[in-house]
Design a binder for this molecule. Structure first.
Ligand SMILES: [Fe+2]
Length: 282
């Protein structure tokens, strides 16, 4: 589909979640412009493209399971747009900042480059991808993209935006877990941007990271040295899941068993596994 046809799609209103498919062409055209360089560069762009599409699917899944219960949010916004449709649109574009981030810095590490949520919000504004939406709906999507990756989501966010951010964060984790797990299975020896260039090692991990996760705290990135620290940090995501459906899907898909299979054996890891299992059962 040509760029002109893509632009015409921008005028379409988001009336229900399936209407988000009209924005897929815009997304694909934009991402295609970043698929150049060496094979590794293209594979990193493809990784984030495919991730974005799966987060959209996960968001649809979570919304469907919530079965109309959108935590007090209206079915429609003031302009008549579907609230769930806007959540899906925010999910599709949630990592749009990753593409300019990789082009400029060759990394997905926000600490070494820029906050990719903020970069995503700026990208949506600059490219005019949401030009067909009413102003309030556009602000809703841009805010959800901007705040989806904050360690703590600001209390001042409007309740509806907060709800969209909560869904995207769960949908994001549902997808990132198997991506990182599969990556670690394939690549045990060389540092990679997928695991933020942390050092691979079969058994080394940082005690402070382990203690944070065991205590129910989110791990701090500045304390991580090893790929195993990142695996431990992902275990800690259990404390940051917002919906029972996400906890259930993560249990069903066996992601935490897979993570512990790739962490060193021993009573410390068993203690952590028991703690996480108890949290997931809540
Ligand atoms: Fe993100």
């Amino acid at each position: 589909m040509g760029a002109e046809a893509d632009r015409r799609l921008l005028g379409c209103r988001i009336m229900n979640p399936t209407d988000v498919t009209k924005y897929l062409a815009v997304f694909h055209t934009y991402v295609e412009g970043f698929r150049y360089g060496n094979g590794q560069d293209v594979s990193h762009i493809d990784l984030k493209r495919d991730h974005s599409l799966r987060v959209l699917e996960n968001t649809r899944h979570i919304l469907a399971e919530l079965n109309g219960d959108a935590a007090g949010a209206p079915d429609e916004t003031a302009s008549g747009a579907s609230f769930k449709g806007l959540c899906c649109l925010a999910a599709l574009f949630h990592d749009i900042g990753r593409f300019p981030q990789y082009l400029r810095y060759k990394t997905f590490n926000d600490r070494e480059s820029e906050d990719h949520g903020l970069l995503g919000a700026q990208t949506l504004e600059r490219e005019g991808f949401l030009g067909g939406l009413a102003e309030g709906d556009r602000t809703f999507v841009i805010d959800a993209v901007c705040f989806h990756n904050r360690i703590t989501v600001p209390d001042a966010l409007p309740e509806a935006v907060r709800f969209a951010v909560d869904i995207i964060r769960d949908a994001d984790k549902l997808d990132i877990l198997p991506v990182i797990i599969n990556h670690c299975r394939r690549n045990e020896i060389s540092p990679s941007p997928v695991t933020f260039y942390l050092k691979p090692h079969p058994s080394a991990y940082t005690e402070a990271v382990y203690r944070d996760v065991l205590a129910g705290r989110m791990a701090r990135f500045d304390q991580m040295q090893w790929v195993n620290d990142f695996k431990l940090a992902m275990c800690g995501w259990v404390y940051d899941l917002n919906f029972p459906v996400t906890r259930r899907l993560i249990c069903e898909q066996g992601h935490f068993e897979a993570l512990f299979d790739m962490l060193p054996n021993g009573p410390e890891m068993q203690k952590l596994a028991d703690r996480l299992a108890a949290t997931l059962r809540r």
